[in-house]
Design a protein around this ligand. Structure first.
Ligand SMILES: [Zn+2]
Length: 293
């Protein structure tokens, strides 16, 4: 992938790296196991209110300090991480802006908060245990800079297109928010009679966000020179973050009723559907039998 070919400068990035952060309160998350459990609950989630506190994030201290100095001097960040996020955000917002425009609707671009350790957001405290998420209350995606290295170690290997998939998935939640789909799902969840039923609504929402991420990939595949190897990166990630796989790695027991994001196979399927068609209308995960998803 040649992400530097994508447009930049309009990503709406809030650089909060090197800030003091917000100390993680609540339950301490111990190591990888704890992180995995947090991820099962939170991975790519839309509502971080259930964030487990703790998390480390102390490893990036040196980098944070120099960035804090940059910030203090008012120097705009030029590092690769920042540039990357900016281009993916600019590009996803452009693609969706175009889609909305064609449909005669207005699109408000999503913004992205890049932070280390922890930060206060419209949906509460974000920290490294939360994983990337979208907050519908302030229209911002929150990403901890240590997330991508964790992904590389634990979740399917990473790579720039894999990271793009994560960001595009979060922007997919923003699109759902703009379309009123997120509200509908929330209402449905509130009136659900069982937890399993509420979880099913969540799975539909998450798989649609995967599909939307694929749609973005399709629309930029020539410009960003996305190769077969890049596609494989995203697929490996989708596989790694399937609920069945995370549960197998975490508690070791797979409970489909507790899935909130979909199985590995479903996540791959919906990302691929979006990527192959480039058509958001093909991402209707709501008008399908749940067992056929
Ligand atoms: Zn999600």
């Amino acid at each position: 992938m040649d992400w530097k070919n994508l447009p930049g400068g309009g990503g709406g990035i809030e650089d909060r790296r090197g800030g003091g952060g917000v100390p993680g309160g609540g339950i301490a998350v111990g190591g990888i196991g704890g992180l995995i459990i947090a991820l099962v609950a939170m991975f790519f989630g839309i509502d971080p209110s259930a964030i487990l506190g703790g998390g480390d994030g102390g490893q990036t201290q040196t980098q944070s300090q120099s960035q804090a100095q940059n910030q203090a001097q008012g120097t705009p960040a030029t590092d690769e991480n920042y540039q990357f996020m900016d281009r993916i955000m600019t590009s996803t917002n452009q693609v969706w802006g175009g889609v909305f425009q064609q449909a005669g609707r207005t699109y408000t671009p999503a913004r992205l908060v890049l932070y280390t350790r922890g930060t206060q957001g419209g949906c509460g405290v974000a920290n490294s245990a939360s994983g990337p998420f979208y907050c519908p209350l302030d229209n911002k995606v929150y990403i901890d800079t240590s997330f991508f290295s964790m992904m590389e170690r634990q979740l399917g290997g990473g790579g720039d297109f894999a990271y793009s998939y994560v960001i595009a998935h979060e922007v997919g939640h923003h699109v759902q928010n703009e379309l009123g789909i997120a509200d509908q799902v929330e209402r449905e969840q509130r009136s659900a009679r069982t937890e399993a039923q509420a979880n099913q609504a969540s799975v539909r929402l998450e798989l649609q966000a995967d599909c939307f991420a694929g749609v973005w990939g399709n629309r930029v595949k020539d410009q960003a020179r996305i190769t077969q190897a890049d596609i494989q990166e995203a697929i490996s990630t989708a596989q790694a973050i399937g609920d069945d796989n995370l549960q197998r790695q975490g508690a070791g027991r797979i409970v489909p009723d507790s899935f909130t994001h979909g199985s590995s196979q479903q996540r791959v399927k919906w990302f691929t559907t979006g990527f192959q068609t480039g058509d958001p209308n093909k991402c209707d995960t709501f008008n399908q039998n749940y067992s056929q998803l």
